[in-house]
Ligand binder design. Structure first.
Ligand SMILES: [Zn+2]
Length: 69
């Protein structure tokens, strides 16, 4: 079975280490961008840890600064 794979193109913090040693999130907002290595589409993985929201969207989603804080 051949699956799609994603390649991280940018990140605000290391995906495998988004919590500190106290178990707290690195930041209120964690943002990763990935490209599909099969079709080349770009996706944004946006997480707002403060408000407990997030989304996975295709393309460059407009950053919503009102969600921060
Ligand atoms: Zn794809």
């Amino acid at each position: 079975m051949v699956g799609n794979k994603f390649e991280i193109t940018s990140q605000t913090y290391d995906l495998t280490n988004v919590r500190n040693q106290a178990g707290e999130w690195f930041d209120d907002v964690i943002d990763h961008r990935v490209d599909c290595t099969r079709c080349g589409r770009s996706y944004q993985i946006f997480t707002n840890t403060y408000h407990g929201t997030g989304n996975f969207t295709e393309g460059e989603a407009a950053s919503d600064s009102s969600l921060i804080g």
